[in-house]
Design a protein around this ligand. Structure first.
Ligand code: BG6
Ligand code: MG
Length: 218
């Protein structure tokens, strides 16, 4: 039986993945490094600092940035991102998500947010979803980000749940890798191309149904 549900936030609960993309794209353009949605798949789920490294690597030239300059670029991206998310509200919860949260809660299964984002608590608050989540992983305290399993094992450990009895819901390639590395049941929301390793995959959040997940969980 399922002992815990651990949800990614950006791109699963709400479409903030799009805002991360817009903010990184704008920063990339300032650096003369442009990219599209294909490359962005490699940024999903990945920490702020690692995302910048991947963009710089894509640019394939040594900009010779110091750690201070990199930190300033990360701060700039985050300021832009915070502007973009300022107006989000419960109407921005993705289709099907609140029904799923209700069903999991009704089944008495604890739920956590396992996000790489240090903005996660503020977003959950804006969406008015605090009542569903028993725990939000502190991304600032996670030492190894996704695809490392730590984000998810921290949540499972909080509940005292063995990893094999946890279900994780993810929209990112790195997130599915992290769930599989943790030995958890990985539910993917998105394309077969990037989420091929998921144990169960749907194309969009409205197809996420509690009964269907329980049925496939083994
Ligand atoms: C993840 C997003 O949830 O959080 C990434 O998928 C983002 O795109 C990461 O880089 C870190 O988020 P933040 O808000 O702390 O910069
Ligand atoms: Mg995500």
């Amino acid at each position: 039986t399922i002992k815990a549900f651990i949800f990614d936030l950006d791109g699963v609960i709400t479409d903030t993945a799009e805002y991360h993309f817009q903010a990184w794209k704008a920063l990339g353009e300032e650096l003369g490094i442009s990219f599209g949605r294909d490359f962005n798949e490699q940024l999903k789920g990945v920490s702020r600092e690692e995302s910048l490294e991947r963009i710089l690597a894509l640019g394939d030239r040594d900009l010779g940035l110091s750690e201070e300059e990199k930190a300033a670029l990360c701060a700039k991206k985050n300021d832009h991102y915070k502007q973009l998310i300022e107006g989000i509200s419960p109407k921005d919860i993705l289709p099907g998500i609140e029904d799923l949260l209700k069903d999991v809660k009704a089944a008495g299964i604890p739920m956590a947010i396992g996000s790489a984002s240090r903005n996660a608590p503020a977003i959950i608050e804006k969406l008015e979803l605090n009542g569903y989540f028993d725990y939000i992983v502190d991304a600032g305290k996670v030492t190894k980000g996704k695809p490392d399993p730590e984000t998810f094992t921290v949540a499972a450990d909080h509940f005292g749940a063995d990893y094999g009895s946890c279900v994780g819901v993810e929209d990112a390639h790195a997130g599915i890798e992290a769930l599989k590395a943790a030995g958890m049941f990985a539910v993917g929301v998105g394309s077969e191309e990037s989420l091929g390793k998921a144990d169960y995959r749907v194309d969009s959040t409205e197809q996420l149904k509690f009964d269907a997940i329980v049925q496939r969980f083994v």
